[in-house]
Design a binder for this molecule. Structure first.
Ligand code: 1CP
Length: 364
């Protein structure tokens, strides 16, 4: 049996159980804003994939933010694009650039050739999960993750990041059959990938639907949400007698809150454009909520960071309800931390979340 968790606040909040404080972790908490990350990356030949594919490096950088800050969860150091890379699309990250695929999927032949990859090609991810879990030794839980079928399709068709999603949306409107086939392959691949992460030791799973919010209403349901729902339905929800909470995050998805709350997730992640109090009133009895500080707040002085963290906690309100039950809030940013963020401001944030959320519980 694995070692017992010393801090299970994050898992408890995901499952809407009582916690002494509001747990906090940050999307992209391991990354370039940390000088120790930049140093390790340098050692790994200045390459992101050099870090991600090496078990020792991936373990080291996953733990770096936990050494500095009293975070309540760790997240696997990897990327959502490892799955299309394993499908043979040829992932690379240029220096100072975003991701690139050498073989984007743009025509009928490329779509027909697409298949669920052999999980052996992703073995480095599962080995990293097992190694990180051992290195954590029960300090905090480990979150595994993937992209959503739609968000992966954006990169696979565009061949990299995009500002207008022109190619993938052209396919959506002109040849929806092709896009549905990509989404179906992605869905089956992600189910196997996420289940293998749980087998290796992931204690919660998060699906990043980073680009769901660029879709038109109605289109979002058919091309993003329906496939995310299929992924969640295919994932194991229990391991060693412990429930595995599932988190779904659609950036820009605030207007689809009720649909997201009904897609099979235990937790819905929100960006900063949605009020947490309003979201709680709508769906707080059904799912926990994760979020939602604007990452740019972290560029203001520590006093302002603390004030804005308090505002997010107050917007959600004391998690204990009048009837004695609990609603769940996991504090996070509304999107990934910016690479220029001063690390000392992150310390101020984590401290403010822990201290104010304790006060909120005493006052209620
Ligand atoms: O050293 C580097 O070059 C660092 C940049 C970097 C990092 C730190 C990339 C390239 N990926 C990662 C790690 C990563 N990516 C993690 C694990 C670490 C952690 O959270 O601490 C996770 C969960 C991701 C997920 C990810 N990758 C998403 C979903 C989350 C989000 O931000 O919306 C997306 C969209 C990606 C694609 C990607 N990979 C890397 C970059 C720079 C990008 C974004 C490109 C774009 O904006 O289109």
């Amino acid at each position: 049996m694995p070692v017992p968790l010393r801090n299970d606040c994050f898992l408890r909040a995901c499952l809407r159980q009582a916690t002494p404080h509001t747990p906090v972790w940050l999307m992209r908490q391991a990354g370039r804003y940390l000088p120790e990350y930049r140093a390790t990356r340098e050692h790994a030949g200045n390459s992101f994939m050099g870090l991600a594919t090496n078990v020792q490096y991936a373990t080291e950088v996953t733990l770096q933010p936990l050494e500095r800050f009293a975070l309540d969860a760790a997240i696997l150091f990897s990327d959502i694009l490892t799955v299309p890379d394993a499908m043979g699309l040829g992932l690379s990250f240029g220096v100072g650039e975003g991701p690139r695929f050498a073989h984007p999927v743009r025509d009928e032949a490329a779509v027909a050739a697409l298949h669920v990859p052999d999980l052996g090609k992703l073995r480095y991810v599962f080995d990293a999960v097992a190694s990180i879990r051992r290195a954590l030794g029960g300090r905090v839980p480990l979150i595994g993750f993937s992209g959503s079928p739609w968000t992966l399709a954006c990169y696979m068709v565009e061949g990299g990041s995009s500002s207008d999603y022109r190619r993938v949306k052209t396919m959506l409107y002109a040849r929806p059959d092709l896009l549905h086939r990509i989404l179906d392959v992605n869905t089956r691949a992600l189910i196997a990938y996420l289940n293998a992460q749980v087998d290796a030791g992931a204690q919660a799973l998060m699906v990043f639907d980073s680009w769901g919010g660029v879709l038109a209403d109605g289109v979002f349901r058919r091309f993003s949400l329906d496939y995310t729902r299929r992924v969640l339905a295919g994932v194991q929800r229990e391991k060693d007698g412990q429930r595995i909470p599932l988190i779904v995050f659609t950036k820009g998805g605030g207007q689809w809150l009720q649909d997201l709350a009904g897609c099979g997730a235990d937790v819905v992640g929100l960006d900063w454009t949605t009020d947490l109090g309003r979201a709680r009133a709508l769906v707080g009895g059904q799912v926990a909520l994760q979020g939602n500080l604007d990452p740019m707040v972290l560029f203001a002085p520590p006093e302002a960071v603390a004030r804005e963290a308090v505002a997010v906690l107050d917007a959600f309100g004391p998690p204990r309800r009048a009837d004695g039950g609990w609603d769940g809030h996991v504090f996070n940013l509304g999107h990934g931390i910016n690479q220029h963020t001063p690390p000392e401001h992150v310390s101020a944030l984590v401290e403010a979340v822990h201290s104010h959320s304790r006060r909120l519980r005493q006052a209620s």
